[in-house]
Design a protein around this ligand. Structure first.
Ligand code: HEM
Length: 166
């Protein structure tokens, strides 16, 4: 039993062992290198997909998730529920201020914050209309309104996100 364990451990590291000697020994180092590389790549991917670091980012992500599903959803009840998810996230976005506005001079800030809130409000109206269109089973209208939301996203991100985060 103990001998088996020692042989297995030695075999993992590719050391000489009475059991593991032979062709397989030469394969251990490349296999370990591949495992190490895979671990490094996995860690990098996890970092790239990290959680949003602001409450606004979190709500945007929730809204984005609902929006993605809306673009595939044809069921009126499920679609309306997704639109409501987006609306609820947008209500929470209204209470937040974009990070880029931290650097805005005090004299210009109220205007910028009011404009941000107007744009979020407009997007809310678009999602309410998407909800209504689903409930009327008007999928063509859902599609048109989804394009409107896409444009509103582009405008909002151009104005209020850091340029390298788009
Ligand atoms: C369909 C419309 C939209 C979608 C799907 C969307 C989605 C997203 C996503 C996925 C993020 C990244 C979250 C993260 O990982 O941090 C984000 C960030 C952001 N979005 Fe949107 N967005 C939309 C519309 C808008 C609009 C209209 C505005 C502004 C009026 C806006 C302002 C921002 C800001 C400021 C950030 C950065 C978060 C921060 O400052 O902390 N977005 N959005």
């Amino acid at each position: 039993m103990r001998q088996e364990g020692t042989a297995a451990t030695a075999s993992i590291f590719g050391w000489a062992s009475p059991v593991g000697r032979g062709k397989s020994r030469g394969m251990k180092i490349p296999a370990l290198c591949c495992a190490f590389l895979a671990a490094v790549l996995t860690a990098q991917t996890a970092r790239a997909e990290k959680e949003p670091d602001t409450e606004l980012g979190k709500q945007m992500e929730a809204m984005g998730k609902a929006f993605k599903e809306i673009r595939k959803e044809t069921d009126p009840v499920k679609g309306a529920a997704l639109a409501r998810d987006a609306e609820n996230a947008l209500v929470k976005c209204l209470a937040e201020t974009p990070k880029v506005l931290e650097k805005t001079p005090a004299a210009e800030k109220p205007k910028a914050v009011a404009n941000y809130r107007t744009m979020i409000g407009e997007l809310f109206v678009t999602f309410s209309k998407i909800e209504e269109a689903y409930l009327a089973n008007d999928l063509e209208k859902v599609k048109t309104l989804a394009e409107t939301a896409k444009g509103e996203k582009k405008d909002g991100h151009e104005k209020y996100t850091e340029k390298d985060k788009k």
